[in-house]
Design a protein around this ligand. Structure first.
Ligand code: ADP
Ligand code: ZN
Length: 722
């Protein structure tokens, strides 16, 4: 047949290519539009990546699309550009990125060609209306600035307004080819933000960096008011008719922030995280596609239909929660946000009290400008750090359960002053394991190589890796001895605290808490109704509680024992963050670390500056940021086969990539999950121009290996593991 139009699409599948389809006579589609197509006997919602493709294959065999998708906004070219970057860089397929960006939807029935054409006409009409609305918004913004310009007297203000007007007029001209305006309400960006002199200086430095085309890293001590600086930058961007993406590592810390943003930008503020319902998320996405916005979100907010981006804010940029470990795409949200911004030609401000070595390195090589903020907004608290040696205390009989007497005293003093306490323990559940007091047997998950955690409230043992649960019975199934909880998770700490401080109101926050409870617990603590808040790592992140005068970490050792070259850096960051939750309005403040290894260098780093020695160590051992790491993960229920195949694969990779260091296969700390054994192979690559070529070779070698050994579906790739 001649005259047929062909298109190329992305399917929501792990597919390494973009298949071709034919369009019915007279139908045209556009880039990003969704079409329903048949594939392997099923129907999928596909995204058009080439609306006019010229396949170099036998076109007679190309199938026709089934329908145009009704009522969904097309994916933008900019979105697809980001998907392509992620697919290339993180060595995954476009389909996997599409799935992450647009979780699968139900497919409606098939449509006829006539229905498709009718739909086309409706669509054109709607689009005309939409651009009219944008036009009206722009005109209103120009008008309001012109009236302000008339009244303004200061030269600097006049100049600023004139610049904004010029920029808006340019956008207006670009749109003017479109039809007549219709009425829509518009609002000026809200109240003013007053910066302190130190914040003002930081703000200006960041703007200077932006003017030079550089991103900025804002290193500000906790409580210095980094948020204020971000919001001021955001205000400028919105005033210039641009939009803002504000990323946080976890949405828990976003509740307080969202409120603050909503107060300043009531019209433009919205939030987005994978914890929201699909309907809520779709609504936010549609709203963003059409209007001006500042969106506060977690890494998945990268996949929103961003347009007219004027600023990307990456808060707590050091946080490893930015990295997605599974499923694919295993992307680093921070790094992708920087790429997204570059694709949109917009600047980025990254911020942290304890920046990642990766970002500090980017400052060293001149890619980012380093801007510091050293003063706390409410002045320095009268702060001290105390390290309590639990082994020594135990010998002196100075421990009550998991609390040392010194700590109990300090908590009582703090409560007596009417102030609050945060206690962090890096393990949830009642106890991380149960053990038989007779035969010493530890109850393990039948599917994973890990101990089962004891959840006393449910009376069950739970595997935190695969979700397996079983009823807890006190009798050891092997010898009839008694099973006893060993160690303490947050639930046990809560129980001990309730006994030690009977008059205090105590709450617990960890991933066993539901989102609704989380909001309630945070509000209650914020209002002062709760005295002691106990929880896991999430307590350390970004919260701004007024009356906290004491923060505590129990069994800090559990942060140190990770077999990970980043363990010290992560521990240091967590401890610094936790410490920063206390004394946020000045006054007396304490930070107590309970540990059995008080001499560990991480604790010394808290008082000095750690980055330089860490740089030296990373360089010596060829770790990132001086190199790039790619980790291959193989999973197989058959362990001998896994061993043999991964050894062969490592050899094949080493042969294909002679100047790359290939390490392994080795068993990770948890080497069996959900019935599958796990091995890792680690590749360390030089950080140079050959990186891309090396990745291509790696992928080709792996694909050939899987084909030759019939070993597909067992391997995963993790680029830049966190
Ligand atoms: P950081 O994120 O640097 O730890 P925050 O931005 O949370 O610090 O600021 C700490 C506290 O100081 C917050 O309660 C914030 O409202 C207050 N604050 C900081 N800067 C200002 C300012 N310029 N005006 C008013 N309040 C401020
Ligand atoms: Zn398990």
């Amino acid at each position: 047949m001649t005259g047929r139009t062909f298109i190329q699409v992305i399917l929501p599948l792990r597919l390494a290519w973009e298949p071709f389809y034919a369009l019915p006579e007279g139908v045209t589609v556009r880039l990003g539009e969704r079409v329903q197509v048949p594939f392997s006997g099923r129907t999928y919602s596909a995204v058009v990546t080439d609306p006019d493709a010229h396949p170099e294959i036998d076109t007679a065999r190309i199938k026709e699309i089934l329908a145009l998708e009704e009522g969904i906004r097309p994916v933008t070219a900019a979105e697809i550009r980001l998907w392509r970057f992620i697919s290339d860089y993180y060595l995954c397929t476009l389909g996997e990125v599409y799935l992450a960006a647009y979780p699968p939807r139900r497919i409606a029935g098939e449509k006829t060609a006539a229905a498709i054409r009718q739909r086309l006409a409706q669509r054109q009409e709607r689009e005309a209306q939409r651009s009219a609305a944008r036009l009206a918004r722009l005109q209103q913004r120009i008008a309001s600035r012109e009236s302000r310009l008339e009244k303004a007297r200061k030269d600097s203000v006049r100049q600023q307004l004139q610049q904004e007007i010029d920029a808006l007029k340019a956008s207006l001209e670009a749109l003017q080819a479109e039809p007549q305006p219709i009425e829509t309400p518009s609002q000026e960006p809200g109240k003013s933000i007053r910066l302190t002199p130190a914040q003002e200086t930081a703000f200006q430095r960041i703007q200077e960096a932006f003017a030079q085309g550089k991103n900025a890293l804002l290193q500000g001590v906790t409580g210095s008011g980094k948020t204020e600086v971000y919001l001021k930058l955001a205000q400028d961007a919105l005033a210039a008719g641009k939009n803002v993406l504000y990323l946080v590592p976890e949405i828990a810390m976003g509740y307080q922030l969202a409120e603050r943003i909503r107060r300043i930008f009531p019209e433009e503020a919205c939030t987005y995280s994978s914890g929201q319902t699909p309907a809520d998320r779709r609504q936010t996405a549609d709203r963003i596609a059409e209007g001006s916005y500042i969106v506060l979100g977690t890494r998945s907010a990268l996949f929103l239909p961003h347009h007219d981006l004027g600023l990307v804010i990456i808060d707590e940029e050091h946080d490893t929660s930015y990295k997605q470990d599974s499923p694919t795409p295993r992307y680093q949200g921070r790094d992708c946000a920087v790429v997204l911004a570059a694709q949109h030609g917009c600047p980025v401000v990254l911020g942290s009290a304890t920046p990642s070595l990766e970002s500090l390195y980017n400052c060293k090589i001149g890619k980012y400008a380093l801007v510091t903020l050293k003063e706390k907004y409410y002045g320095d608290a009268d702060e001290d750090i105390e390290i309590i040696d639990t082994q020594a205390e135990r010998r002196k009989r100075g421990m009550e359960g998991h609390f040392s007497s010194k700590l109990v005293l300090r908590i009582r003093q703090t409560l007596a002053q009417g102030r609050q306490v945060i206690i962090l323990r890096a393990r949830r559940a009642y106890s991380p394991a149960v053990q038989c007091d007779n035969c010493g047997e530890i109850r393990r998950c039948p599917h994973c190589h890990v101990a089962l955690s004891y959840h006393q409230d449910k009376g069950r043992l739970v595997c935190h890796y695969c979700g397996h649960t079983e009823l807890f019975t006190e009798t050891c199934p092997h010898c009839g001895g008694t099973l006893r909880p060993i160690g303490a998770g947050t639930q046990k700490i809560e129980e001990e605290a309730l006994a030690l401080f009977p008059d205090a109101a105590i709450a617990r926050l960890d991933s066993d808490t539901t989102p609704a409870q989380t909001i309630r617990i945070i509000e209650s603590f914020e209002s002062g109704a709760t005295d002691i808040l106990i929880g896991t790592q999430m307590l350390a992140k970004g919260f701004d509680f007024e009356h906290v005068a004491l923060t505590v970490i129990l069994q800090a050792d559990s942060l140190l024992s990770l077999d990970d070259f980043r363990a010290d850096e992560k521990a240091f960051q967590l401890l610094s963050q936790l410490r920063g939750r206390s004394g946020r309005r000045g006054g007396e403040s304490h930070f107590i670390i309970q540990t059995s290894q008080p001499q560990h260098p991480v604790y010394q780093m808290l008082t000095g500056s750690g980055a330089e020695s860490q740089f030296a160590e990373r360089k010596e051992f060829c770790y990132p940021p001086f190199t790039r790491i790619i980790e291959l993960m193989a999973k197989d229920e058959n362990e001998p086969r896994l061993e043999t195949v991964t050894r062969k694969l490592a050899a094949a990779l080493q042969q294909a990539l002679p100047d790359v260091s290939v390490c392994g296969p080795y068993a990770p700390a948890v080497d069996k999950v959900s019935g599958k054994h796990i091995r890792h192979i680690r590749l360390t690559l030089a950080r140079d121009a050959r990186l891309k070529a090396h990745k291509e070779t790696l992928l080709a070698t792996m694909q050939a290996f899987c084909r030759d050994n019939h070993y597909d579906g067992h391997l995963g790739i993790n680029v830049d593991p966190a």
